[in-house]
Design a protein around this ligand. Sequence first.
Ligand code: SF4
Length: 241
Amino acid sequence: MHEVTAYLIGFGSLLEGDDYQWDGLELAKHNPNGYLMAVVLDQGMKAEKVWAMPNNLFWQWDRMDLIAEADVEDLAKDLKSVGCRYWRNMARFIKQDAQMLMDKYSGWAENIWMDYPTSVQMYERFLEFKGIGQKKASMAVNILVRDCGVPVSDKNGIDVSYDKHIRQVFLRSGLAERDDMNHIIEVAREEYPEYPGILDKPAWYIGRDWCFNKNPDCKNCPLGVSNVCARKTEIVVKGEE
Ligand code: SF4
C-alpha cells in the first residue's frame, strides 16, 4: 500500500461524524426520492446548495407520478427559482427519472438500495438514471453505505468519484500518474481492493481545504504534515467542483 493511501485512510477515520454532506444524509434517510433527485441536480453547484434544493422545491416527493406527468416547462421554472444551474436540462432529466422511478421502483427511491444489493448493483442502478454518471453514482453509493449505514453484500465495487478534488490530490500526491478516469479508479482499487471508495472522502476533504489550485496549503495539509505527498503542485486539475 502506498504511504499516501495509509495516511488518507487514517485521516478519513478522523472525519467520521464530520459530514460536509450532512443535508444529503438527512435526505437519504428521510426523503429518499429527494435524495435521488438531488444527486441528479448535483452539477456545477456547491454541495450544500444542491442538498437544500429538494426542501426548497416544495414538490410532493411521495408522488413521483405527479413529477413524471408534470409539464417540463413548469419543472424548469421551479428549478430556476431555487437557483439550479442547468435548470432546462435538469427539468428534462427529473421528469424522465421520475418516470423511471415509477416504472422500476414503484415510485420509491429506497427500493434502489434496500434489498441488500452488491455495491456494483447499487452503483449500476444509479447509473441508469438520466443525469447520473460515474462521479454522481459513486458519490450516491458512498454516502448511503459509508454515512447512512445502508447494508450491501460487499464494498469492493464502491469506487472513488472522478471528482476534481480527488483527482488533484491523487495526482499531486503521486498516487496517480495521469488524469484519466479509469486510471484514477483503478489506482484506488489496487490500493484498497476491499473498499476503494474509502479514499473518496479524505481525498475530497484535502482537495477542498488545503490542496487549492493556487497556493495550496501544504504546510497544514495532513499529507504535507506527514511528509508523504510528492507535492506536484505544478499539476492543476480543471473541472467543476
Ligand atoms: S501536501 Fe500540498 S500538494 Fe500534497 S495534497 Fe496536501 S496541499 Fe496538495
